[in-house]
Design a protein around this ligand. Structure first.
Ligand code: DNO
Length: 394
């Protein structure tokens, strides 16, 4: 079995730790969400959070995320202090005995959806990304310079027609949904603020962003290696460029470029089947066969591409864990096979922590009491289904 973990957002999370024993959770994925990117984590604060978890009967298995600041991603003034802070955080995390640290390298936006609660035929709701709605935001609400070059003509036309029919309330909801993945989400972001954030990437091509990621890893991966830590990069979600921003961790080849260049076991991947699986050429079992020894953490989630949408930038919704386009059974089997391979090599990190990433809101989840994507019952259903595959694959 993989280690069955659960993302918990800290004391503010409406889902309490004591509930998680009934869900069958074995370990916790969390972060010190109140510490801003670029500031160091200290041992005392980590240990305090750890004892909170231990008192509830859990270990802190994975840090998600130790965020990489925009200053590091853009290599702007103050970068050395931010890199030092990142290394100090890694030392503090290692001193507390936590081994796995997840991060991402997406400029400005983290995950992006246009609808946070799209009704499903079974009565529950799911998160959804619709390219036309996204183009409405980009072209007509944000009014980004150069936005029209980002979309095929049909999408541009459809977006203009849709915008013409939208009420002010619908426009505001769209803006709120799209900006929910921005740093410090939950606050309302103004279009001026979003434009200012985007300008910080003027002139940063994908080629340059990858070089920045490699520079960052060349600094921090050796530190992680010496400390006995595993750091793992989460893929871009969705796996294509948005708002003209570069994205460099969208497929297996992107991972190969980064893992091979900074070739240390500590420098690894977070396999997120939900993010990578939006691309029609994603092959989960092949990803595991290629990068298995460096997969330090897995987010297991499924998506369905919406029929007729753009092949390069598909619209999609978050499906039930075994129902989307990704071969979940094959991917989990490959991960279990990877664990067996590690055991035979005598690796003590043979067990890969996983979490049911996201879930549809079902039954008593409905009404929006939890963080979008992180309801109790929907994730419990996902974990139960994934547990079944793991048990049958062992
Ligand atoms: C979305 C998550 C991401 C992920 C970070 C990792 O729900 O999968 O926010 O945690 O990108 O750094």
């Amino acid at each position: 079995m993989m280690k069955q973990c659960w993302r918990w957002f800290g004391p503010q999370d409406p889902i309490t730790l004591s509930q998680l024993h009934q869900v069958g959770v074995e370990g916790i994925v969390t972060a010190l969400h109140h510490i801003p990117p670029g500031a160091p984590w200290d041992e005392e604060t980590i240990a305090a959070r750890q004892s909170l978890l231990r008192n509830a009967g859990f270990e802190w298995d994975v840090v998600e995320s130790l965020p990489v600041s925009e200053t590091i991603k853009t290599q702007s003034a103050g970068i050395n202090d931010h890199i030092d802070a990142y290394k100090a955080s890694l030392r503090a995390i290692a001193a507390c005995g936590i081994k796995t640290v997840c991060y991402n390298f997406m400029p400005v936006l983290d995950w992006t959806r246009t609808e946070l609660r799209a009704p499903q035929s079974h009565g529950g709701v799911a998160m959804l990304f619709d390219l036309t709605d996204f183009a409405v935001f980009d072209l007509h609400i944000l009014g980004r310079r150069g936005a029209s070059e980002s979309y095929p003509e049909e999408v541009h036309e459809a977006a203009t027609a849709r915008f013409g029919q939208m009420t002010d309330a619908q426009k505001q909801t769209l803006q709120r949904n799209v900006t929910a993945g921005l740093p410090g989400a939950n606050d309302q972001w103004s279009v001026e603020e979003v434009r200012a954030l985007l300008e910080t990437y003027d002139g940063i091509t994908a080629h340059r962003l990858r070089a920045h990621l490699i520079d960052f890893l060349a600094e921090v991966a050796p530190v992680a290696q010496d400390l006995g830590l595993r750091i793992c990069c989460h893929p871009d979600d969705p796996p294509f460029s948005l708002l003209g921003l570069p994205r460099v961790m969208s497929n297996a080849a992107d991972y190969a470029a980064v893992l091979d260049t900074v070739d240390l076991p500590a420098n690894g991947a977070t396999l997120c089947t939900g993010s990578l699986g939006v691309a029609s050429d994603f092959d989960g079992p092949a990803f595991v066969r290629r990068h298995g020894s460096r997969i330090h953490f897995a987010h297991l989630r499924n998506t369905t591409r919406i029929a007729g949408s753009d092949p390069k930038m598909p619209s999609f919704f978050e499906a039930a864990h075994l129902e989307g386009d990704t071969d979940m059974i094959g991917t989990v089997r490959a991960l279990i096979a990877e664990q067996i391979r590690r055991k035979s090599e005598g690796r003590n990190d043979w067990q890969i922590p996983m979490r049911p990433d996201h879930g549809q809101e079902l039954l008593r989840d409905l009404g929006g009491h939890s963080t979008p994507g992180y309801p109790l019952i929907g994730r419990m259903r996902g974990l139960a289904e994934l547990r079944g595959i793991m048990a049958a694959s062992a």
